[in-house]
Design a protein around this ligand. Structure first.
Ligand code: ADP
Ligand code: MG
Length: 169
């Protein structure tokens, strides 16, 4: 199966899943992760329709949270300070100025598919591959994904960058 076909199949499958329940489970798991407990500067993402929603994490005290902002063909990392506006692709994003990617120590990443070898499939724009390939980015990368969307083998190209772990519901 190629990336295009897998995106189509998993997008369709994802629409049938209970994302409120799955998100609650994943948020609970994250809150007990030592990586999370030890991290100070954490990148999450504003969920698109049908994506896992981690926004509940923003209520955790003692952490700095960041959200990505789509800028042309790359992602900026902006501190979350409570206020959000609609940005590119209608995704909510902070109004704050971006920080250097080196600030982030832990990053939670959305995925449309993932496999046990930690390969990740996105929507086909390669935003996260580009962020991960930035030498200033050294955070631990954890993909959050429904268990139903984990496959045997995600098709990969040489520019694809693996995540460091996967969390499912
Ligand atoms: P996704 O990771 O969102 O599933 P792909 O892996 O298919 O999407 O990548 C989409 C596009 O992003 C590819 O055409 C590729 O050329 C581009 N891309 C990926 N990584 C980089 C990078 N480090 N620099 C520039 N372009 C990149
Ligand atoms: Mg990719």
């Amino acid at each position: 199966m190629n990336k295009f076909e897998l995106r189509k199949i998993n997008s369709l499958l994802r629409k049938s899943l209970n994302q409120v329940e799955a998100s609650d489970k994943i948020v609970l798991k994250i809150k007990s992760l030592s990586d999370f407990l030890n991290a100070k500067n954490i990148l999450i993402f504003y969920p698109l329709k049908f994506e896992i929603n981690l926004l509940e994490l923003l209520k955790v005290e003692g952490k700095n949270f960041y959200l990505p902002k789509v800028k042309e063909d790359y992602l900026e990392i902006c501190p979350y300070e409570g206020e959000l506006i609609k940005g590119a692709f209608n995704i909510m994003e902070p109004l704050t100025k971006p920080v250097l990617p080196s600030v982030i120590d832990l990053a939670f990443i959305p995925a449309l598919a993932a496999d046990k070898d930690l390969n990740r499939l996105g929507y086909g724009k390669g935003y996260y591959d580009r962020l991960f390939s930035n030498p200033l980015f050294s955070a631990k990368k954890i993909a959050v994904i429904n268990k139903e969307l984990v496959v045997d083998k995600v098709p990969t190209d040489n520019f694809d960058i693996k995540v460091d772990a996967i969390i499912t519901d």
